[in-house]
Write a protein that binds this ligand. Structure first.
Ligand SMILES: NC(=O)c1ccc[n+]([C@@H]2O[C@H](COP(=O)([O-])OP(=O)(O)OC[C@H]3O[C@@H](n4cnc5c(N)ncnc54)[C@H](O)[C@@H]3O)[C@@H](O)[C@H]2O)c1
Length: 324
């Protein structure tokens, strides 16, 4: 079966999704009300019909799945419309801005046995998959903490703050690696350029097992960092997306307590290992994963629930950031 896909939103990111879905599936509908989009994308994808509205593409009974790549505040409403029309949904991150909204989307998807997949791109990055393998395989020992750095100078957003724009990526990875929901979430940030939009946010999360995580999120920074560090009792691992050929580095560094030092902690350092990471395009892997779920492979309920977990944690952090 070739999945018949319609896509709403053909902006900076949406065009990458359209390229992949045109390659991997039948891209049969496109929609974007912005000036000039119809001319540009009709010529690029002549096989696709142009919808004057989102509802118009949903009326096509032969359409299997919808891709939502519109601005964040529209995600919940469009995803809900598509699910209610019986379509499988790939919705860019974050799929909703409130826990209640994502819970509603998940329950509609479950009731109708539809795929609801949020676009957490990093979960398809071979480097992050390697980190997960190291964590789950026990190579790092027991994980004590995870922290993310996502900093750069720009892009300075006007509507969504650094937590919602940048943090959603790192949060999805932290929750994927630890497979727990936080019991405590604290966020502190500051709107330095535009009132009400935090340009820099520091987050702290604590999990039931005692593991902790933090994130430094900022678009006002001299360093371009996209890094995730995992500290274990045996080894430590770093995923660095700015590196070309050493995306993951495993350090034999750990605390240890020799028997003859009366319980005092010492540190140990050993080799540094750089595993080979495949160079497959994460976005292509992500689009393929969505199509496989639509075709009936994998656990479609789990992917939606994992997405809900990220929105719930974002919601907790937002309450804290707002002083709640
Ligand atoms: N996964 C990633 O790494 C990644 C990277 C960048 C952006 N994103 C996400 O992708 C989404 C889009 O981001 P972008 O940078 O392309 O934004 P953008 O502003 O460049 O594009 C959004 C497009 O959606 C269109 N649109 C708005 N309402 C619509 C509707 N009802 N129907 C159809 N089209 C509509 C707009 O006209 C615009 O062209 C955002 O949710 C963003 O969070 C994800």
């Amino acid at each position: 079966m070739t999945v018949r896909v319609g896509q709403a939103g053909l902006g900076e990111w949406g065009k990458n999704l359209a390229r992949n879905f045109a390659d991997l599936a039948d891209l049969v509908w496109l929609a974007d009300p912005a000036d000039g989009k119809a001319e540009e994308f009709r010529s690029r994808y002549p096989q696709a019909r142009w919808a004057e509205s989102f509802e118009e593409m949903l009326e096509d009974a032969t359409l299997d799945a919808v891709v939502v790549a519109t601005p964040v505040p529209t995600h919940y409403e469009l995803a809900k419309l598509a699910l209610e029309a019986g379509k499988h949904v790939f919705v860019e991150k974050p799929p909703a801005m409130k826990s209640a909204e994502i819970d509603e989307l998940v329950s509609i998807a479950e009731e109708r046995d539809l795929v609801l997949m949020p676009g957490h791109l990093l979960l398809y990055h071979p480097g992050v998959l390697k980190l997960k393998e190291l964590v789950d395989g026990g190579e790092l020992g027991e994980v004590l903490m995870v922290y993310g750095n996502r900093q750069n100078l720009g892009v300075i957003r006007k509507h969504e703050n650094a937590l919602w724009s940048l943090g959603v990526h790192d949060l999805s990875v932290i929750l994927y690696l630890l497979d727990e929901d936080p019991v405590e979430a604290v966020a502190l940030g500051q709107s330095l350029l535009k009132t009400g939009v935090e340009d820099v946010v520091f987050c702290y999360l604590r999990f039931p097992s005692g593991k902790i995580a933090h994130m430094h999120l900022s678009w006002l920074d001299p360093h371009k960092m996209r890094k995730m560090t995992v500290v274990g009792t045996e080894k430590m691992a770093v995923f660095d997306d700015m590196e070309l050929d050493r995306k993951v580095t495993v350090y034999e560094k750990s605390p240890w307590r020799p028997v003859d030092t009366y319980g005092e902690w010492q540190t140990r350092t050993g080799d540094i290992h750089i595993p080979k990471i495949p160079t497959d395009e994460p976005l292509k892997l992500e689009c393929r994963a969505f199509l496989s779920l639509v075709e009936g492979e994998g656990d479609r309920r789990q992917i939606a629930r994992d997405g809900a977990r990220v929105v719930r944690a974002l919601d907790m952090l937002t309450t804290s950031l707002d002083g709640g």
